[in-house]
Design a protein around this ligand. Structure first.
Ligand code: AMP
Ligand code: ZN
Length: 652
């Protein structure tokens, strides 16, 4: 039996490799499935014979409870940055002072997440994230679902390797398309998508999302003499090594390579954000050593945010959920950071005036980090017409007159019956952080609205299978599924409903706080403004907005209707905040943080339940101190207040 199991494992692995990496399967899908089922049955019958490299490890879905911390045996480091040729020259001079005839290896800087893989006697034992470099998270189960990571090495070696896990652009597009169809928020970029996927608790989703890896480092002591040889060794062991790497004997050669990479960047099937330059000779690396946080033998050249010229063809004005009318530029298509861009935001009507953007202008578009493409400025030399852009005076959806309030940069449609606003509001209501109705995305909402099947959120709860069957794209099964999802949403805890109503200034966090305090939506509707405003961090703006909303007759009727439909209006109490590790603690931040920005650190502390204040006093429970902390630190020491650092915060 063991022989047959091994045979099946080898065959299936070979077919999978043909399929996934060479795109040339040598057997039919049916044949593959047949062998796969045979293996599953044998493994069930003889669990002690399950092979460590069995393909069944890659697909089986398990729901993980969470991720355990993992203490890295060999810490992961970050890299010093360079943003210009001059900075590279300075790096080169520092190295050459000690090693005049140094050779570098240039590698692509893959825009994904660092991973660490540890093998014991050739079998993958631990796959972990970087974390703060010394403590990461154990995500072995998820990494086993990444197809190109070997579960077993061709030799029984014990070693730890490092590399980058990323989402190829094609997978990214597919994932976002399906999220869009399901009414879920799209990922901003492949990096975020990869990060979100690796932290998934449902391993099946990881398997579906098609992540990939490039390995570039042997973290445990190596028998190789140079970085080039390490890459060759990793390749021999079955890891995917990025094919684009090059040795250079001078910084001019490095620079020439960077130009080459910049030119081909758009054609790569994955995102990169720079080029990493490493000293090739590992003995020289060792001599050069490390600064506090980064090796002295390497530098990461980062590409500037990409900017391109495009011609402005026209402007679309769209109405959002809150009535804000937003301009989007239609442009001649340009390649930007790997994607074709033909639309970019113009932000708002005041932005157009401020940047003096006119008809047929040539403009600069850019895309930096998470930001969606935006118009940066006009190329004035290329202006062909003085004619101004047409600013709409009436709503493109309902034709009512648009208002430009003095304290606002945007135009606004204030008609509560405006179809565009209603549609956006319905999609928001169904979205994940609100009522979380899978299958009710913008496209389905559009169809429902145009067939007049749904006019307001209460209408969603009157939908039947027969109604849905009138829409194209729906069959008995899918219609039933959506109706079921709608029914399920009735039982949500009420903060999801409150957020879903789309009341101005009432976000998901405020909704949570409100329901923790008042326990039901009707109680909030009846509460005094002062009482609401007094809730920690909410304030008058939120309170008055709620009052205005519930004062409308329509809102009261809507609540009645929802209640009659069986929608829950009570808080079902997941006391997220109360159970948080820092709940009830008053925390102060001071000093320079290395990895988090101030506001990120503050947000993180608040998410953990802490109240963040500006100065140290007897009421302070905890001080988080970064580098060069001054008087607050000494005051905290005087008062014997607990003091922690950034790494501690990141670990929490
Ligand atoms: P930074 O996050 O800017 O400090 O850059 C360091 C990170 O770059 C590392 O943690 C790796 O995740 C990532 N990286 C991507 N490609 C490479 C590469 N070829 N060599 C080293 N690090 C890389
Ligand atoms: Zn309107």
């Amino acid at each position: 039996m063991e022989t047959r199991i091994k045979e099946l494992v080898n065959l299936l692995n070979q077919y999978a490799e043909e399929y996934y990496t060479k795109d040339a399967p040598s057997v039919s899908d049916q044949e593959y499935d047949r062998l796969y089922r045979e293996l599953v049955e044998l493994e069930e019958a003889y669990p002690e014979l399950v092979q460590p490299n069995s393909p069944t490890h890659r697909v089986g879905g398990t729901i993980l409870k969470g991720f355990e911390k993992y203490q890295h045996t060999y810490p992961l480091y970050s890299l010093q940055d360079a943003f210009s040729y001059e900075e590279l020259v300075a790096f080169d001079q520092r190295v050459r002072k000690e090693f005049p005839s140094v050779t570098y290896v240039c590698e692509l800087k893959i825009d994904g997440l660092s991973i660490s893989l540890s093998y014991v006697d050739g079998v993958l034992e631990i796959g972990a994230t970087r974390g703060d470099g010394s403590v990461g998270e154990n995500i072995t189960e998820n990494l086993k679902r990444v197809r190109d990571i070997p579960l077993v090495l061709p030799e029984p070696l014990t070693l730890t390797v490092r590399g980058e896990c990323y989402m190829p652009r094609a997978s990214f597009d597919a994932v976002n398309l399906s999220r869009q169809e399901n009414g879920e928020a799209e990922f901003a970029n492949p990096r975020n998508a990869a990060a979100g996927t690796l932290r998934q608790l449902d391993t099946k989703i990881v398997a579906e999302r098609k992540l990939a890896t490039f390995l570039y480092q042997e973290a445990s002591p190596t028998d190789q003499a140079t970085q080039e040889k390490v890459l060759a060794k990793l390749n021999r062991l079955g890891f995917v090594v990025n094919p684009h790497h090059k040795t250079a004997t001078s910084i001019e050669q490095v620079w020439a390579y960077i130009q080459e990479v910049a030119a081909m960047r758009d054609q790569l099937p994955y995102d990169i954000d720079g080029v990493v330059i490493k000293v090739n000779d590992l003995a020289v690396q060792e001599e050069l050593g490390f600064t506090v946080k980064a090796p002295k033998w390497a530098v990461a050249y980062k590409f500037p945010a990409e900017e391109k010229e495009a011609k402005l063809l026209s402007v679309d004005w769209t109405v959002g959920r809150t009535g804000v009318v937003t301009p989007t530029a239609n442009l001649t298509p340009v390649q930007l950071a790997g994607t074709t861009v033909s639309r970019a935001t113009l932000h708002n009507v005041d932005y157009i005036a401020e940047k003096d953007i006119r008809k047929d202008d040539t403009v600069i578009v850019y895309k930096a980090g998470d930001i969606i493409p935006a118009v940066l400025r006009v190329v004035m030399d290329k202006r062909v017409s003085e004619e101004r852009l047409e600013i709409p005076s009436h709503c493109p959806s309902c034709q009512s007159e648009l208002l430009h309030f003095e304290d606002e940069v945007a135009l606004r449609c204030i008609n509560p019956r405006c179809p565009a606003q209603i549609k956006e509001g319905l999609a928001h209501f169904a979205s994940r952080d609100a009522m979380n109705i899978t299958g009710l995305g913008p496209a389905v909402v559009e169809k429902l609205f145009s067939k007049e099947l749904v006019q307001d959120v209460a209408g969603i709860y009157r939908l039947t299978v027969d109604d849905l069957l009138q829409l194209d794209g729906f069959k008995e099964k899918s219609a039933q599924k959506l109706v079921d999802a709608i029914q399920t949403s009735k039982g949500n805890s009420a903060e999801k409903l409150l957020f879903g109503l789309g009341i101005r200034h009432v976000g998901s966090k405020a909704s949570q706080l409100l329901l923790q305090e008042f326990h039901s939506i009707p109680t909030i509707a009846d509460a005094e403004v002062e009482k609401i405003a007094a809730i920690d961090s909410l304030g008058m703006v939120v309170a008055e907005s709620l009052k205005r909303y519930f004062a409308q007759e329509g809102s009261q009727l809507l609540l009645e209707e929802l209640k009659d439909a069986g929608v829950n209006l009570d808080y079902l109490g997941q006391k997220v905040v109360a159970d948080a590790p820092l709940s009830g603690k008053t925390v102060v931040l001071t000093g320079k943080l290395e990895r988090l920005t101030r506001s990120e650190a503050k947000a993180k502390l608040e998410a953990l339940g802490a109240k963040v204040t500006g100065s140290v006093s007897k009421k302070t429970d905890l001080l988080v101190a970064g580098r060069d902390a001054g008087s607050k630190l000494s005051k905290a020491q005087e008062l014997s207040i607990e003091i922690q650092d950034e790494a501690w915060l990141e670990r929490l």
